[in-house]
Design a protein around this ligand. Structure first.
Ligand SMILES: Cc1cc2nc3c(=O)[nH]c(=O)nc-3n(C[C@H](O)[C@H](O)[C@H](O)COP(=O)(O)OP(=O)(O)OC[C@H]3O[C@@H](n4cnc5c(N)ncnc54)[C@H](O)[C@@H]3O)c2cc1C
Length: 405
């Protein structure tokens, strides 16, 4: 709509990207939007929506073809995430399933695990979720209490998880737990836990402020016997695996923020051009033009940084700090832009039937999940100060050596 403003987005440059964009739009228009209200009521979308996404090749698009995926690079996932967020509805939770859970399995899984989970994830027959957060701890992941004791033939899993995206719909959850509870190094590990196992139960989908068409729920594990071959990667390496994979998760949230801000700006331009006050379109007031322009400027700046991060992720060079900056700044930008766009809708902006109202509600969680924006700042500031102190220490050491020579 305001293409001339954009710096050309090299990351989405090919004809294949354009084709994917059109497929996503058709999918959302035909298989998501018509069911939106029904899913909002149920706080959960249908399995058919997943199967349709699988049929259209929209699941696991950047997983290897050997495991049923699209075999495309991450820029295709990025485009899909942005386009879906631009159109509004948050369901089905494709990015959690395809861009967070699937890469863990592809990266760290055994051949048997990959063959068992990935092809069915790509078709939508299996839905995967990720369980890190617990009722008593979210930001401080080291403090999780869920544990799995080695019983020879199986892991005996006990504990609970909360706020799990698509937890209710999912057929299995990648669960972070302690495999050496009570010892000095408690050994955080990751287990692939099938929903069919005895002792694994789920709470009802939560009623939420936003993201109402996808489910978020609690998971409970009571003496669940998890087969030994469902350990992902090495025992005790779960924390390192999570720290390695979290930048990707944070980038997906940044991409959602970019898509949603772009959608909101398009929406507000349309609305303010049609709505009149004092015998002229609202869009005719300089305040409206300036506010929308400020929003577009903020979006453009963030988009450049996020595009760069997408490129870095593809080159396996994205650092935890860069991903934290992308997540924090783009979701702050999203919140400001969405708030401003809602304001320009006047009272209609407060009405659920208006797209901007739903988008605003959905956007609120972006600054909370995937690690809060405060935690993003903790990570970046730690790096800033640690680098400064390391430099100071090196200078002192060099000076000492020079003096002793
Ligand atoms: C809709 C939704 C979907 C989610 N999906 C998932 C999922 O799929 N899987 C999953 O595992 N989790 C999921 N989460 C959980 C989410 O990641 C956590 O809510 C988030 O990490 C914050 O944890 P908490 O809620 O326990 O908040 P707390 O950790 O209790 O934090 C409360 C407040 O204290 C602040 N705070 C905490 N520590 C510090 C510090 N060191 N310095 C400064 N401030 C601090 C926080 O920033 C926050 O403002 C989801 C959450 C929501 C709401």
């Amino acid at each position: 709509m305001y293409a001339d403003l954009h710096i050309k987005r090299d990351v989405y440059d090919t004809e294949e990207h354009q084709m994917l964009r059109e497929t996503v739009r058709d999918y959302v228009n035909q298989h998501v939007l018509p069911y939106r209200e029904e899913w909002e009521e149920q706080s959960c979308c249908s399995r058919e929506a997943w199967l349709k996404a699988g049929e259209l090749g929209l699941l696991n698009i950047s997983s290897s073809e050997k495991y049923g995926g699209g075999g495309l690079d991450f820029s295709f996932s990025a485009l899909l995430i942005e386009e879906m967020s631009k159109m509004g509805p948050d369901s089905p939770g494709i990015s959690m399933h395809s861009d967070i859970v699937a890469p863990y399995i592809e990266q760290y899984g055994t051949e048997e695990q990959k063959m068992h989970y990935l092809p069915k994830m790509a078709s939508g027959e299996l839905i995967g979720s990720l369980g890190m957060t617990e009722p008593s701890t979210g930001s401080d992941l080291q403090a999780i209490k869920t544990n799995a004791v080695d019983k020879g033939d199986y892991w005996l899993l006990n504990g609970s998880k909360t706020f799990i995206t698509i937890g209710y719909s999912s057929d299995f959850t990648l669960v972070a737990c302690k495999t050496r509870p009570g010892t000095e190094k408690e050994g955080v590990s990751l287990l692939l836990v099938d929903a069919s196992l005895d002792g694994f139960t789920k709470g009802k989908p939560f009623k939420k402020l936003g993201l109402k068409t996808s489910d978020t729920c609690e998971l409970f594990f009571e003496d669940v016997k998890v087969p030994k071959n469902r350990l992902l990667g090495q025992e005790g390496m779960g924390f390192i695996m999570m720290m390695t994979e979290l930048p990707r998760e944070r980038l997906t949230i940044a991409l959602q923020a970019i898509g949603s801000a772009e959608g909101a700006i398009e929406e507000v331009i349309k609305y303010t051009s049609q709505r009149t006050a004092f015998k002229q379109p609202i869009a005719g007031f300089q305040n409206t033009q300036f506010k929308v322009t400020e929003a577009a400027m903020k979006l453009q700046l963030n988009q450049c940084f996020v595009d760069k991060c997408t490129q870095l992720l593809q080159e396996h060079k994205l650092t935890a700090e860069q991903a934290s900056i992308a997540k924090c700044t783009s979701t702050d930008m999203q919140f400001e832009v969405l708030d401003q766009c809602l304001q320009l809708h006047g009272g209609y902006g407060f009405m659920w039937e208006y797209q901007i109202c739903r988008m605003f509600a959905d956007s609120r969680v972006s600054r909370i999940y995937g690690g809060t924006n405060e935690i993003m700042k903790v990570m970046v500031s730690r790096k800033l100060f640690n680098d400064y102190y390391a430099e100071l220490k090196a200078k002192r050491k060099a000076r000492k050596m020079a003096m002793s020579n």
